[in-house]
Design a protein around this ligand. Sequence first.
Ligand SMILES: C[S@@+](CC[C@H](N)C(=O)[O-])C[C@H]1O[C@@H](n2cnc3c(N)ncnc32)[C@H](O)[C@@H]1O
Length: 221
Amino acid sequence: MTQQPQSPQQPLNTCIQQMLSDASVSIQSLPQCEQIKLWLVEPEAMRRPFSQQEILSIQSYPAYWAFCWASGQVLARQILANPHWVKDKKVMDFGAGSGVVAIACVIAGAREVIACDIDPDALLACAANARLNQVDYRLHGDLFDFNEPLDLLIAADVLYDKANLPLLDIFRQKASKVLVADSRVKDFNFPPYQKIGRQESFTVPDLDELDEFRWVNLYRA
Ligand SMILES: C[S@@+](CC[C@H](N)C(=O)[O-])C[C@H]1O[C@@H](n2cnc3c(N)ncnc32)[C@H](O)[C@@H]1O
């Protein structure tokens, strides 16, 4: 018997259904960065009321990679508008999730791009989204065993977990320049990081988050 070829979303649906059994992904454009399309969770599945069991399941398997977070959308847009930020550089998208920033870096002319995420399912999504956007980049799981010099490390919305704050120092050891986009940390005061901008955005699909999470701050070191 011949096997049917797998559709590109099938492995991603298998992953996301660990979180919610009726969730699935579809190709979605980013409203603020229409050049990029991503496999993201179908919004209907996230808008219905959840049972207690489902809440526990979402907490234990938060499929971050199935959303484009506000910071990722802002950075992708900014990188495409300012390609000189990354042109000819070796860049890492740390906490890549869907790979949105990595995709923007390749389109903007980076010399080499590495999408780094600790979640193996995120790396699967990064690979699927690279194919969808017809770009190519490397995948990597653990920043601590990455020892190649980087011109630029970009991190979008990875500080939602306070345990990640010490990474701000590690980023500077790994790359000559660091660009951080964040919508979660209040009173961000981590010298030598300097605030270079603030922009309004939203997560895709839009989760109708609190207004405060719709403001993305950009920092560089
Ligand atoms: C909120 S998502 C942001 C994804 C993407 N940057 C965006 O803006 O859409 C955070 C991502 O960081 C990843 N992450 C968290 N801690 C990490 C770590 N220590 N090393 C690598 N990735 C990490 C998570 O797995 C998740 O995919």
